[in-house]
Ligand binder design. Structure first.
Ligand code: FAD
Length: 401
């Protein structure tokens, strides 16, 4: 049932933001701070947990480290945005409603879809049943409990992308008595230039991580992983970090999605099929001159800010501007005292400049901690959130101005 408080009045434009991740949170704060004094716009943010999930620190939580918590209502305080705790179960783009797991129905005039992504647990049999993931605080907590009780044994980290590298390094540093095996098709740091890649691989070796590349895992069993060449590796714990998938809700709602289920947007971040829906962060397929953006926090927060500004421009009778974003770095932690930062061209290809060691570790920590001060500044000064590298010629799409 839709209640009056949920629909607002006919004169109130209701912007409903789904998902309080890095992108949805940025959208909510940016928009709410800009319309704080307006009676005709209302902003609501929906998320299943009241505590903000710091995904960038989940490998730390998974090794039992305490990370400072932040409550979403506290982050929104003073902006006038409303927080609704709930799990979205359906979006109806015709009725312009969203259903929550307690059967509440929320009406929207404009929707911001920011439901993020999770690990792909469907591609390899056994992952769903036998592997740990880093999809939220609860998953990280389960792994932390298991590692703390393990004593000795082998931890296999499946997936040699950056999440796999950061997790393997963190576990090896925290639990030197464990065998940590990092398995994957690509070599760790594959996208980096030769020197930072060599540093990353040497640091993994120093921490005792056994790296096996060119490996395809075909099955995860309770006590081992099976490889495509018929061999198997004994594992007391498997952490799966390979691949991502998005919520099926967008596709089920009839929004145009790409082959991975992400909402396809136009240049201003509106759904190409439903212009009253904006998509941000990992859940969106956003095309730039160099191709479709891949999910990161560095790109996700700007999408949230841009969607908010676009919504406001539309409400004010102006045309929203195209979104442009160029990557600038890939910071990778290697335990708590070491890291590699590969600086990049706007298309995410590596530049020659990089940092390693303690300076890189400090850089990475500054980046990881930066969302809080960014959100805080945006509440007081919304325009401060609108600075990010636009990517120059790399992000120009022919015909879009
Ligand atoms: C261990 C780890 C380390 C990482 N390190 C980096 C890094 O160093 N740099 C970087 O740029 N990126 C990093 N990433 C990737 C980064 O975390 C993501 O790109 C980023 O979180 C995407 O932000 P988002 O807002 O789109 O989605 P998310 O942060 O995933 O947030 C989505 C939100 O939507 C909520 N949600 C989902 N489904 C529903 C539903 N049905 N109903 C209601 N709410 C729902 C979720 O609970 C969540 O709060 C890392 C990821 C991991 C796992």
């Amino acid at each position: 049932m839709i209640t009056h408080s949920e629909t607002g009045t006919a004169a109130t434009h209701h912007v409903l933001i789904l998902g309080a991740g890095y992108a949805g949170m940025a959208a909510a704060i940016q928009l709410a701070a800009r319309v704080r004094r307006r009676e005709d716009v209302r902003v609501t943010l929906v998320n299943p947990q009241e505590r903000f999930t710091e995904r960038l620190r989940l490998h730390m939580s998974a090794t039992g480290q305490q990370v400072a918590g932040m409550n979403i209502p506290d982050l929104l305080e003073g902006t006038g945005a409303r927080f609704v705790r709930g799990w979205v179960t359906a979006v109806d783009v015709t009725a312009k409603t969203v259903r929550i797991d307690d059967n509440r129905v929320l009406h929207y005039d404009t929707l911001v879809y920011g439901l993020g992504s999770v690990t792909d647990t469907a591609a390899v049999p056994g992952v769903e049943d036998h592997a740990y993931t880093l999809d939220g605080a609860q998953d990280a907590g389960l792994l932390a409990d298991r590692l703390a009780r393990l004593g000795r044994g082998t931890v296999v980290v499946g997936g040699s992308g950056l999440t796999g590298v950061e997790s393997a390094a963190e576990i090896a540093e925290r639990y030197p008595e464990l065998n940590v095996v990092l398995l994957g098709w690509q070599e760790p740091g594959a996208a980096m230039s030769p020197k930072p890649k060599a540093y990353l691989q040497a640091t993994l070796a120093r921490l005792g991580v056994q790296v096996r590349s060119g490996i395809e895992v075909v099955k995860v069993l309770p006590d081992s992983v099976e490889l495509a060449d018929g061999r198997s590796i004994a594992a007391d714990v498997v952490l799966w970090t390979s691949g991502t998938q998005v919520s099926p809700l967008a596709s089920a709602a009839g929004l145009t999605v790409d082959e991975r289920g992400r909402v396809v947007t136009d240049a201003t971040l509106r759904s190409v099929s439903h212009p009253d829906v904006y998509a941000v962060g990992d859940a969106a397929a956003i095309r730039q001159g160099y191709g479709v953006m891949h999910g990161t926090c560095q790109g996700g927060m700007p999408t949230g800010v841009h969607a908010a500004v676009s919504i406001l421009r539309t409400l004010n009778g102006k045309r929203p501007k195209p979104f442009r974003f160029g990557y600038y770095h890939t910071p990778v932690s290697l335990g708590r005292h070491d890291a590699v930062v590969q600086f990049t061209h706007p298309d995410d290809s590596p530049r020659r400049v990089y940092l390693t060691g303690r300076m890189a570790a400090r850089y990475k920590e500054t980046v990881t901690a930066s969302p809080w001060p960014t959100y805080g500044r945006m509440k007081k000064m919304p325009a401060s959130g609108a600075f990010w590298p636009h990517g120059g010629r790399f992000t120009r799409v022919r015909g879009v101005r």
